[in-house]
Design a protein around this ligand. Structure first.
Ligand code: 13P
Ligand code: SF4
Length: 321
């Protein structure tokens, strides 16, 4: 089977009921589909579990299926493989990268660590397995505050790769973690001015912001949190309107869980682009998911030489959170 392009390059019969076929293949192959909230609605609707990166890592650990398909981005597939090395872990498209993970190459992080000895290395889950192998403890946006706060107050910390999340934790905990200078291209582009304009039109709306957004956007937030935290806040809130500054895929679950409430995507600075879509997440399509289940390709592999070192900081995170 040809996977040279990073996905199964085989034609899909357009007359097929893909949703039904995918359900059938899952059943036949004892496969489970995990999907991140940023994937398209059709994938979320077919998945066995939908969640943020913390929830998906927790679920993966407990699964007893033979095949796990991770509809998200590549580092999420790697995290599943690291936690479940004996399982066949598949992703619909290996090209689903992450600009944030790409902003931190292992060789550069190694030099940074050597230049700052005596620091504990805390890495966001949005990193490659090779970066995790250089890390003492992993965090997600859902538990970063809790994990960092669990470390002694005088512990010197290197935090990477997201400078915005790092800056947010520093501001909330009073720590002075040394920050890696990386960012997500989706969360960096929300415009404060446009959010304020929207607020004028919807004065009662609550502003929900992912901590990967820069400080000038976070300061107008009613709630800062991971995708799951923002979702829970919207469900529990008495408000009827929300301006959402994170990747647009989350709106699907928000609208499903709260059909009576209005969710308004925060606009990007350049309103001619669809920049609040993560183009990597959107590489997960129903056709690719179908072919992945049918041909059991492409598979995620993590280098045997680093898998144990990459697992240790993830397990440490799961134990704390
Ligand atoms: P969560 O940790 O909220 O799932 O976010 C992952 C991510 O990629 C954010 O851009
Ligand atoms: Fe990576 Fe940003 Fe996409 Fe999240 S939204 S997967 S951080 S590129």
């Amino acid at each position: 089977m040809n996977v040279e392009k990073g996905f199964v390059d085989a034609p899909v019969d357009s007359s097929l009921d893909l949703a039904a076929e995918i359900r059938k293949l899952k059943e036949e192959k004892n496969a489970v589909v995990l999907a991140h909230y940023y994937t398209v609605g059709a994938i979320q609707d077919l998945a066995d579990f939908v969640g943020d990166s913390l929830a998906l890592a927790r679920i993966a650990e407990k699964l007893d299926n033979d095949i796990i398909v991770m509809c998200g981005v590549h580092f999420m597939g790697e995290t599943v493989k690291i936690l479940c090395p004996a399982k066949k872990v598949l992703v619909p498209d290996l090209n689903a990268g992450c600009s944030l993970a790409d902003s931190c190459k292992p060789e550069d992080l190694r030099s940074f660590i050597e230049a700052h000895p005596g620091h504990t290395v805390v890495s966001y889950v949005n990193t490659s397995a090779a970066v995790k192998a250089l890390t003492d403890i992993v965090v997600t946006s859902g538990n970063a505050m809790k994990v960092v706060s669990s470390l002694p107050a005088d512990e010197k910390i290197i935090f990477g790769p997201d400078r915005n999340l790092g800056n947010y934790i520093n501001s909330q905990t009073g720590r002075e973690m040394l920050l890696w200078d990386g960012a997500c291209h989706v969360h960096e582009q929300f415009s404060l001015e446009k959010i304020l304009e929207l607020k004028k039109q919807h004065p009662e709306a609550k502003v929900l912001v992912h901590p990967e957004c820069p400080r000038q956007v976070r300061i107008v937030a009613d709630k800062v949190g991971s995708t799951a935290v923002l979702l829970d806040y919207a469900v529990a809130s008495d408000s009827r309107e929300f301006i959402v500054a994170t990747e647009s895929g989350i709106l699907h679950e928000m609208r499903k869980r709260c059909p009576e409430k209005a969710f308004i995507p925060a606009p990007p600075a350049d309103s001619t682009c669809a920049c609040n879509d993560c183009s990597y997440m959107k590489l997960n399509t129903l056709e690719k998911l179908y072919n992945t289940l049918l041909y059991e390709q492409p598979e995620v592999h993590v280098d045997e030489a680093i898998i144990d070192d990459a697992r240790r900081p993830i397990v440490r995170m799961l134990e704390i959170s």
